[in-house]
Design a binder for this molecule. Structure first.
Ligand code: HEM
Length: 445
């Protein structure tokens, strides 16, 4: 029997040292095992390096302060998407009005408050691009050659084309062609119809192809549908909660459109224009629940931040570097959860200065609009990307709310005193479920 030197022999396993060395060499050389170790250790190393980078490496002082995050790439995505308002307010406490956070691999610089809104929404499209920020989301839905799938100046032409057709007068004429409108057709109808035709004049100037028209219609449907339905839901919930305002609204409708027998006359556009209960109810709803919480732009070239907004020191400025995204939040500048339907409140006041009739005018290529970038009230955005469906939306919301108020009284469910919280997990901020209202018909005839 062969003799084994004791020092080369492992008494527990019976394996010789030579064999052990061979096994070890085999283990280190195993590609599977190496890959496994790589899979385990690489994320840990990246995780640690990401933390060290944030804590140890001094930050470039010209860059806005960065929100600390634990997980690389994911960044603050979970906190932001779960409750963006809470996230933004908390960060504002720590970092001020301008700061950067990581959102799924992107660097997003937030600019808050009225000056922040102005910085982002009033920025030049050559520096802050909406198409670069949104095209990957919208092009698969709207289709090609429209909106963010074309250069900005082409989209502005498309907005102009649609905006003319979306005026309140045209809306009134086109969508109320039910029984009442048809029975009242007279010469004025042909005049309105003529106006409408006029609205399509740009069609002759820009030769739109069939697919472009179809894609614009899809875009309008997407832009207008959920924003309007979310806003009417929030308004109805608030009315169900605030019985006094609801009754004042009903009385206002009776005063303006009521007949002696308790029925209602068809509402006219003129009669509809100034309703001091309905107007603030809608404005306040859009103030507290702007369906689009924040707007984003892709940064195409380095942009200095005005020192009046935020600065690292008296003698230096922050620069938002090319490749970042910038984000403004209407909700942050509008948010004051304590008020609703306050006729003299900020929403009503800001709306007056911001409305197209009063604000500083500018033409971005889709007709003169009030600029509104410095307004604290921006449920419809501001600047060159400002909503063109605003008048349509007010009229539509007003008509829906008025008609419901004519017919029913609303209440929250028994035992419920608060309206639902925001659901931030949808693109358009909806009320969280359950979001029920109870109704009782006012008349049974
Ligand atoms: C309550 C209803 C609505 C709200 C709150 C709303 C809100 C907004 C906001 C915040 C923007 C600016 C987006 C940005 O700057 O990135 C916008 C743009 C726009 N909206 Fe609305 N919207 C509403 C209804 C509508 C309707 C009814 C339509 C069409 C029928 C419409 C069509 C558009 C279009 C075409 C833009 C331009 C986008 C751009 O230039 O980038 N919206 N809207």
């Amino acid at each position: 029997m062969a003799y084994r030197a004791p020092e080369l022999f492992d008494v527990k396993t019976g394996v010789t040292l030579d064999e052990k060395v061979d096994m070890w060499q085999y283990v280190t050389a195993s590609p599977g095992r190496t890959a496994l170790l790589g899979v385990i250790y690489t994320p840990i190393i990246i995780f640690v390096l990401n933390i060290l980078k944030q804590l140890v490496v001094p930050q470039d002082p010209s860059l806005p302060p960065e929100v600390f995050h634990w997980i690389p790439f994911i960044g603050s995505f979970i906190a932001y998407s779960d409750d963006p308002l809470n996230f933004l307010f908390e960060c504002r406490e720590k970092y001020g009005d301008v700061f950067t956070f990581t959102l799924l691999g992107r660097k997003v610089t937030i600019a808050l408050g009225v000056k922040g809104n102005n910085f982002v929404l009033g920025g030049k499209s050559t520096a802050f691009s909406a198409e670069d920020a949104y095209t990957h989301l919208t092009s698969p839905i709207f289709g090609k050659d429209v909106v963010y799938n074309v250069p900005n100046e082409v989209f502005m032409e498309q907005k102009k084309f649609v905006k003319v057709g979306l005026s309140t007068e045209n809306f009134w004429a086109r969508t109320l062609q039910g029984k009442e409108v048809r029975s009242g057709l007279d010469k004025s109808f042909s005049a309105l119809s003529n106006d409408l035709d006029g609205g399509f004049t740009p069609l002759n100037l820009i030769p739109l192809r069939d697919h472009e028209i179809a894609h614009i219609m899809i875009a309008l449907l997407m832009a207008g549908q959920h924003t309007s339905s979310a806003s009417s839901s929030w308004t109805l919930l608030h009315l169900a909660q605030n019985v006094e305002v609801q009754e004042a609204l009903y009385q206002e409708q009776v005063d303006h459109f009521g007949n002696l027998d308790g029925s209602f006359r068809p509402m006219t556009y003129e009669g509809f224009r100034k309703l001091p209960v309905l107007d603030p109810a809608i404005h306040e709803t859009l103030r507290m629940h702007p369906p689009i919480l924040s707007t984003m732009r892709y940064v195409r070239s380095d942009v200095p931040v005005p020192s009046t907004l935020a600065a690292p020191s008296k003698d230096s400025v922050y620069v938002v570097p090319k490749g970042h995204y910038v984000l403004a939040s209407a909700a942050v500048s509008q948010w004051d959860p304590t008020r609703w339907s306050d006729p003299q409140g900020v929403a009503a006041q800001a709306f007056k200065t911001y409305s197209d009739e009063n604000g500083e005018k500018i033409d971005y290529g889709f007709g003169a609009v009030s600029k509104g970038t410095e307004s604290p009230y921006q449920p419809f955005g501001a600047g060159r990307h400002r909503c063109i469906g605003e008048q349509f939306a007010y009229l539509q919301l007003g008509t829906v709310i008025s008609n419901i108020t004519h017919k029913v009284e609303l209440r929250l469910e028994d035992g419920i005193t608060e309206i639902p919280e925001h659901n931030y997990h949808t693109m358009i901020t909806m009320p969280k479920k359950p979001r029920n209202v109870c109704y009782r018909r006012r008349r049974f005839d």
